[in-house]
Design a protein around this ligand. Structure first.
Ligand SMILES: [Zn+2]
Length: 178
């Protein structure tokens, strides 16, 4: 697969920083958006955050739930889907732990272009990662994905409505809302 770039609104990143900086523990959530094939860009449009639990993006979100959520979003005809996940490494630096690699492998098996966003709220730094397969070593390794920051577009309102319906669906699926 050829390398693609991640495109993310500054707003999404600053929200994730705000959210993760409130906790000394690891905090995680999901990234929503879509893959733009012609441009070879993975375009992030929003994020969804779980309870203040380090396990949110890894454990409590089972494969089954992920598949279900993704399918339901597609069914609704929404233009966005789950394109990855994020979690914080407070003061620990930016890398992929062995657990992170396992988690990312799961995301890439569900959505081939999935990325992992790791943020360090203390250093206010972040990086996007993906797994590649080394044919010689016969194993996976993680590498950084290039990104570009974009400003919010004027069509934000319309996008917001679209995403809100997806959010409601996801929250319901994740049992946060009855
Ligand atoms: Zn980690």
């Amino acid at each position: 697969m050829s390398d693609f770039k991640v495109s993310t609104p500054e707003q999404v990143l600053s929200e994730i920083f705000d959210l993760t900086s409130k906790s000394k523990k690891e905090v995680g959530g999901l990234l929503l958006g879509r893959f733009e094939k012609q441009k070879n860009i993975l375009s992030i449009s929003d994020h969804i955050s779980g309870p203040q639990s380090s396990s949110f993006a890894r454990v409590s979100l089972s494969d089954e739930l992920l598949v279900q959520a993704t399918a339901e979003i597609a069914e609704k005809g929404a233009n966005v889907t789950i394109i990855g996940w994020y979690h914080s490494h407070p003061g620990m630096g930016l890398f992929m732990s062995s657990v992170d690699v396992k988690t990312q492998k799961r995301y890439q098996s569900l959505f081939p272009e999935a990325v992992a966003l790791v943020v360090d709220p203390i250093k206010r730094s972040f990086k996007f990662f993906r797994l590649s397969y080394d044919d010689n070593l016969k194993k996976e390794y993680w590498k950084e994905v290039a990104y570009q920051l974009i400003e919010e577009k004027k069509s934000k309102k319309k996008k917001e409505r679209e995403i809100n319906s997806v959010f409601r669906k996801l929250k319901k699926l994740l049992g946060q809302e009855k």
